[in-house]
Design a protein around this ligand. Structure first.
Ligand code: AMO
Length: 448
């Protein structure tokens, strides 16, 4: 039975084992040849000794045949190109200097798939490569330890999100359409697609659908899914296809969902902080303390002006403002009480503000480096929502399917959208968002 490299130990000395994986490294020391095999779990050293053939004439015929076989095996192993896929059967020998404290003396060696001699990338981590070269050969980049760990942690993050929302909080996981007829996030452009005789779009956010579901009686729902943004700019924190964790909760306001968000983020941090592979990325993670600091939009504007960064009241916080604030605050924080004009039509105006519809119950969750999430209490009155859509210069007719449920019993509700890639890249101190997506989509990249 095939075993993973790390399932075998020095205690298995003398046991017969079978391993399979990629040829990670080969080292020819003349009389001894080492092949390092790599599988999902780690490395295993395969050691072969070359028989010199001296004194052959005196040996028995049987021994000679055996040696010939071994010689053939030695040559086959020596010749197999790096990164080929091989299966090895042999005896375990404890060896302190080898990875995991053992080596395998092979008896059978099978090449399952031979790799070309010239490789697009080095997988041992000894020769670095540009990000573009790595993304072009992503299948091979994923064989490197660092990249592999990033995606194992990405999987861990999604597991932690599901555990927190489904198992701990009783949320219902939903799937909403990605082919849609209307925009939701005013600011960003849509990707049009041809849909039979009509025009349709790739969805920017499950916003309208998760809100519609609030009329269903499912009190709290979430979705982990792609969002498509036709943003033209080429930055290290924007993708044209990103993944968002979207949450919507009925009978709740912005305060309730901010608490869920910060607790979820802390739970994810603590899951990742305990992951042993994190060390291999050279990252040490501090789990943020709860509650996260709350800064109102007005306070943020004041802090920025003290730091010499003037922004007009009503402007969104751009990259430079985000950095300035991040430097001053130095930890995860919320920006709350946003101007209505800055946020989408579905954000509920703040009743307590007493200033008409100047401020809304919207918030952004910020990492010192960038925005991670945004959300709000939603407008749940049909009349107000219709007016808000029209005030943003949109046609209420295009939103009929969305508005309809608001006429037949829509509870107050609130929610947020959290960017998975941004959460990951900030936790792992990764510079470019493309590093944390298997096959990133940006202005220039549509393949692989
Ligand atoms: P928003 O547009 O702020 O809000 O998006 C939510 C979060 O998604 C991530 N994100 C992106 N990540 C990478 N590249 C992009 N181009 C990109 N665009 C967005 C960010 C961002 O904070 N409907 C609301 C959410 C809500 O109110 O429930 C929305 O989509 O981390």
């Amino acid at each position: 039975m095939r075993k993973y490299a790390t399932e075998i130990t020095a205690n298995d000395d003398g046991e017969r084992v079978c391993v399979a994986g990629w040829v990670h490294e080969k080292r020819d020391l003349g009389g001894v040849f080492f092949l390092v095999l790599r599988d999902r779990s780690g490395l295993a050293q395969i050691t072969l000794h070359k028989h010199k053939g001296e004194g052959k004439a005196e040996q028995e015929q049987e021994q000679e045949q055996e040696q010939e076989q071994e010689q053939g095996l030695f040559e086959r192993v020596r010749k197999v190109p790096r990164e080929s896929v091989v299966a090895v059967e042999g005896r375990v020998k404890s060896e302190r200097k080898a990875p995991n404290g053992y080596e395998i003396i092979p008896e059978r060696f099978e090449v399952l798939s031979e790799a070309s001699q010239v490789l697009p990338l080095d997988t041992t981590g000894k020769v670095g490569a540009e990000l573009d070269t790595r993304l072009d050969a992503r299948f091979m980049d994923l064989r490197t330890e660092r990249t592999k760990e990033i995606f194992l942690i990405r999987s861990l993050v999604l597991k932690a999100v599901r555990e927190f929302l489904t198992a701990e909080r009783g949320f219902v996981e939903i799937n909403t359409p990605k082919i849609v007829s209307a925009a939701t996030e005013g600011g960003t452009a849509l990707f049009p697609i041809s849909y039979f005789e009509r025009e349709a779009f790739l969805n920017q956010s499950p916003q309208l659908y998760k809100q519609i579901l609030m009329a269903s009686g499912f009190d709290c729902v979430y979705e982990i899914a792609p969002i498509f943004r036709a943003e033209e700019h080429d930055t290290t924190k924007h993708l044209n296809e990103a993944t968002s964790v979207d949450v919507e909760v009925a009978f709740a306001d912005h305060e309730v969902v901010m608490k869920i968000l910060e607790e979820l983020v802390a739970a994810v941090y603590s899951e990742v902080a305990n992951y042993p592979g994190l060390e291999r990325l050279g990252v040490s993670l501090n789990v943020p303390e709860l509650p996260f600091r709350r800064v109102t939009y007005d306070e943020a504007v004041e802090l920025l002006s003290e730091a010499g960064e003037e922004i007009e009241w009503g402007d969104d916080l751009g990259t430079s403002a985000e950095h300035r604030l991040g430097e001053q605050i130095g930890e995860l924080y919320f920006v709350t009480d946003w101007p209505c004009a800055t946020k989408p039509f579905y954000a509920q105006p703040a009743a307590a503000a007493g200033e008409g519809e100047r401020i809304c119950n919207a918030f952004d969750l910020m990492h010192p480096r960038m925005e991670l999430a945004s959300g709000s209490q939603r407008v749940h009155s049909y009349e107000l929502l219709k007016r808000k859509i029209e005030e943003k210069g949109l046609s209420a007719d295009d939103f009929e399917f969305y508005l309809e449920p608001f006429r037949y019993g829509m509870p107050p509700h609130a929610g947020w959208g959290l960017g998975v890639e941004r959460l990951l890249m900030t936790m792992l101190e990764v510079e470019n968002i493309r590093e944390v997506v298997l096959f990133p989509r940006d202005r220039r990249r549509l393949a692989p």
